[in-house]
Design a protein around this ligand. Structure first.
Ligand SMILES: [Fe+2]
Ligand SMILES: [Fe+2]
Length: 139
């Protein structure tokens, strides 16, 4: 079962952001599948690391696209939204390093199955929604 149902992701009034969120969820589900396999003794750590890197790169690009739209439209709470992106990227990078060093699949599973999905949905329904409304109202 996927962690995030692609069709249940909250929508915002900007198509490129919805497309990024769909891809983010797809990559998160791919990573979750690899971590599940590893914990069940059917997978390997290299597959987890590979999928983690793909998710990390996409997250960085997804955030950068939102930040560019915020700058171009003069979105006043830009520093708050950008700062939250920075915090999450740092947290993701730290979890990735911890997994590289310890190979602790149970810890990674807790992060990937709980922390990230709940953050993702909350972030979309708060900062991304407000941003998309502002940017789309500016044409
Ligand atoms: Fe987003
Ligand atoms: Fe965002």
């Amino acid at each position: 079962m996927p962690l995030v149902e692609l069709d249940a992701i909250p929508q915002v009034p900007l198509d490129f952001i919805n497309a990024d969120h769909r891809e983010e969820a797809r990559l998160l589900n791919d990573l979750a599948e690899a971590v599940t396999a590893l914990r069940a003794g059917r997978g390997d750590a290299a597959a987890v690391v590979g999928r983690f890197e793909v998710l990390f790169r996409h997250t960085r690009e997804h955030f950068a696209r939102e930040e560019q739209a915020m700058r171009e439209s003069g979105f006043p709470p830009y520093p708050m939204h950008q700062g939250e992106h920075e915090r999450v990227l740092a947290e993701l990078a730290a979890e990735g390093r911890t997994f590289d060093e310890t190979g602790d699949a149970d810890r990674l599973w807790r992060y990937v199955s709980t922390t990230v999905p709940s953050w993702f949905v909350n972030h979309i329904m708060s900062m991304d929604l407000v941003t998309a409304r502002f940017v789309s109202s500016r044409g």
